[in-house]
Design a protein around this ligand. Structure first.
Ligand code: 5GP
Length: 132
């Protein structure tokens, strides 16, 4: 999706210190913090420090080093939050149909209990897309 990056979005404000966050991990290109409204016993968000709106934007404009570091940060947060051995889920909501609320790319790391089915029933939803 081609939408301009909003420099005042919630996660931009966490990145530059305008808003507080409970940081679980950080490196040169990523910041990870606990979700304010957890949907599982462990629920953390991993965001690149760069100004990327969503996964498509990150894939198009991020460097290979940034992409690799973000994936490693996701796995490191699973380790640090104690869910890596039992299993966990990474979710990246992207754009409107994806349910993305904050327009700065973030991966959700969820775990700490069996998470059940991947998605709720989508029967009745109007299909979009071309693959498949
Ligand atoms: P999305 O729906 O965009 O994929 O996820 C946004 C997430 O950000 C939600 O899970 C929501 O609970 C979380 N969130 C919203 N505002 C804040 C905040 O101020 N601090 C933190 N730590 N998480 C937030």
């Amino acid at each position: 999706m081609n939408r301009p990056y909003d420099p005042d979005n919630l996660f931009a404000r966490i990145l530059d210190g305008r808003l507080p966050a409970s940081v679980i991990d950080e490196d040169a290109t990523n910041l990870s913090f606990t979700d304010i409204n957890p949907q599982a016993p462990q629920h953390h968000l991993v965001i690149p420090r760069g100004s990327y709106t969503d996964l498509s934007d990150f894939a198009a404009r991020g460097s290979d080093a940034e992409l690799a570091a973000w994936v490693r940060a996701l796995a490191r947060v699973a380790e640090k939050s104690g869910v890596a051995d039992a299993g966990y889920r990474v979710i990246v909501n992207s754009g409107g149909d994806g349910g993305q609320e904050v327009p700065h790319l973030h991966g959700h790391v969820l775990g700490g209990a069996p998470l059940g089915a991947m998605l709720g029933a989508l029967l009745g939803a109007s299909p979009r897309g071309t693959a498949g």
